[in-house]
Design a binder for this molecule. Structure first.
Ligand code: NAD
Ligand code: 3PG
Length: 398
């Protein structure tokens, strides 16, 4: 049996996903030395020493801010994620969060929890106490959605179906996302416009330098008094000190989030969940299956689907001998790679090359077996970040 590929698993991954990496070809678990790849959810990999043996990182979810993506790019290592695979789960929790705030459900549940149900006046106590939890309805309210990607679009669509008005902002919305939005969704020109106009504001952006403290002291005052702010993106997308000040002044109605933190812990108008957005059976399975398939296709065939730092590149196998090369996106790389192959007497059967930003990726199928010397020669070309030889494993195909 050929040597099995080793996958280091850093978080609990749905068994349905792990089953896509059959034991005949893979060994996957939490204690794997010199892994070929890492499978992860939210484990923080920034301080981890990632062995040189790692050829890919697969995030069974959307956000990749827990992964040192730039450092991996410099090593020619793709970081995969699972776009949209958990979006419905997040959408449902955002709707739940809006309802929890609008109907004061946390306080109401606490009130019921503290009732003396054996008391003869139980009914009276319930009827007199309930007025403290009178709320308002979502229909007719305006929801502002910042970030119209996989989650934001589903939230906007659900809110329209609930009778809300929806205003969306995303300076880099994709054509597909724009097509998926109901026509009733209005386009905002800035975050400020969303904050000024909405009764509810929900954030669905990745945490990157540009989105850190997207909602902060400078702009939180633009919100209408009593606004409900929802953050199911990442803790760092809002400035918690500014949220606390706005809650204390009464300007912010509620803050609903998925990220417990010391500053806002136990605040009466903070509804905080323990990072539950993607924690449904369906989302966990979808994410795990999607990334396990992407990972195995990359490890076995070099194909790249849904990497956040590489172009998408797939090529059907027409030869048993494939070389996969990640390189800097600079002139004459292909010329040097094909020259090295020609000098070794290799005939190129098929080839595909694509770039994305500074990264380029090439798959080359050749007509005969490739020696270690050619691979070393290609690896020595300035700008080549990684080279892999992928002879077709018997019985496995793409
Ligand atoms: N709470 C959870 O469990 C959970 C689950 C899934 C995703 N998330 C978080 O939500 C984020 C979004 O998820 P997604 O699946 O919708 O990702 P996505 O990549 O499909 O969408 C993100 C969108 O944000 C937009 N964007 C980026 N910067 C922006 C800015 N400054 N202003 C407005 N829009 C901006 C992008 O153009 C993109 O359309 C993830 O990166 C992750 O951090 C959390
Ligand atoms: O970015 C994501 O996909 C979510 O934050 C989910 O994180 P989890 O996989 O740790 O639940």
């Amino acid at each position: 049996m050929a040597e099995r590929l080793k996958i280091l698993v850093l978080n609990q991954i749905s068994p349905k996903g792990l089953a896509r990496l059959p034991a005949e070809h893979y060994i996957a678990g939490p204690d794997i030395a010199l892994p070929d790849a890492v499978l992860v959810r939210s484990a923080d990999m920034h301080k981890m020493e990632i062995p040189a043996s790692v050829r890919a990182i697969a995030r069974a979810g959307a956000g990749t801010n827990n992964i040192p993506v730039e450092a991996m790019s410099a090593r020619g290592v793709p970081v995969f994620n699972a776009p949209g695979a958990n979006a419905n789960a997040v959408k449902e929790l955002v709707i739940a969060g809006m309802l929890m705030a609008a109907r004061q459900l946390s306080g109401a549940l606490r009130f019921v929890d503290e009732l003396d149900t054996a008391h003869a006046d139980l009914d009276k106590t319930v009827e007199s106490g309930k007025s403290a939890f009178a709320g308002f309805e979502l229909a007719g309210q305006t929801l502002g959605v910042v970030g119209l990607g996989k989650v934001g679009c589903l939230v906007a669509d659900a809110a329209i179906k609930l009778g809300m008005n929806v205003l969306g902002y995303d300076p880099e919305i994709t054509v597909d996302a724009a097509w998926s939005l109901p026509s009733q969704v209005k386009k905002a020109a800035s975050v400020a416009e969303v904050l000024r106009s909405a009764h509810f504001v929900t954030l669905h952006v990745p945490l990157v330098q540009a989105t850190r403290h997207l909602v902060k002291a400078d702009n939180i005052g633009l919100m209408r008094p009593g606004t409900v702010l929802l953050n199911f993106s990442r803790d760092g997308v809002v400035d918690n000190a500014a949220v606390l000040a706005a809650l204390s002044s009464g300007h912010l109605g509620h803050y609903v989030c998925d990220f417990p933190n010391a500053q806002l812990h136990r605040h009466a108008r903070v509804i905080c969940l323990p990072h539950l957005g993607a924690c449904t059976r369906e989302a966990e399975e979808n994410c795990a299956v999607m990334v396990a398939d992407q990972l195995s296709d990359f490890l076995e065939n070099g194909n790249i689907v849904n990497a956040v730092n590489f172009p998408g590149v797939t090529m059907a196998r027409e030869s048993a001998y494939r070389v996969a090369i990640a390189n800097a996106n600079v002139p004459n790389m292909l010329g040097q790679i094909s020259t090295a192959m020609a000098q070794a007497g290799l005939n190129i059967h098929n080839m595909v090359n694509k770039s994305r930003g500074d990264m380029a990726y090439t798959l080359v199928d050749v007509d005969s077996a490739v020696t270690g010397t050619v691979l070393d020669d290609i690896g020595a070309i300035e700008g080549v970040l990684s080279v892999r030889y992928l002879p077709h494993a018997s019985g496995r195909s793409n």
